[in-house]
Design a protein around this ligand. Structure first.
Ligand code: ADP
Length: 158
């Protein structure tokens, strides 16, 4: 049984995240998508809202579980018995930071490995920050997030 954990802020979830989720779910037996509870980041959406949005748009995937976690990712991976951490690489700017984190995690727990998926080209530019920036000016975010989430995102800026 290969279980992987895909952690992130998902504030809000984008088509880039969904693409990563769909692809990783095909690689492993079970995928745990874990929303990071991190008050320091001052998120737009509560953890509960982010978990619900993820649940709504991943209903078509059967081997998936959406959770949230506090503290160190590597500890949470052990708690849910995941042997793989999935991260996405969009550009070289992601690389240095992600490499450092992955190596640190290996030192703390060598039983858990990090696997990187390269972004699909059509989403290489896409981030939650971009979605928030465009939505805050009332711009069209239909290329960035699933339709059923759009109103909820605009509502945060009304
Ligand atoms: P974090 O704050 O942990 O970076 P994010 O929610 O921004 O959380 O991203 C979670 C993961 O998804 C990260 O590994 C990030 O690189 C990846 N990711 C974000 N956007 C995309 C995208 N457009 N394509 C591929 N991977 C992405």
């Amino acid at each position: 049984m290969k279980r992987a954990i895909y952690p992130g802020s998902f504030d809000p979830v984008t088509f880039g995240h969904l693409d990563m989720i769909e692809r990783s779910a095909q690689i492993v037996d079970e995928l745990v998508v874990a929303v990071l509870i991190n008050s320091a980041k001052n998120p737009l959406f509560s953890v509960k809202e982010r978990v619900s949005m993820l649940e709504e748009i991943t209903g078509h995937i059967s081997n998936i579980r959406i959770t949230s976690f506090n503290g160190l990712l590597i500890d949470y991976a052990q708690e849910v018995e995941a042997s793989i951490i999935i991260r996405g690489l969009r550009a070289v700017t992601d690389f240095e930071y992600e490499l450092q984190i992955a190596q640190t995690n290996r030192i703390i727990n060598s039983q858990v490995d990090t696997i990187f998926l390269t972004t699909s080209l059509e989403y290489a530019y896409l981030s939650s920050t971009i979605v928030k920036e465009v939505a805050s000016y009332g711009g069209d975010i239909s290329h960035f997030v699933p339709e059923q989430l759009m109103d909820r995102i605009y509502a945060k800026y009304r």
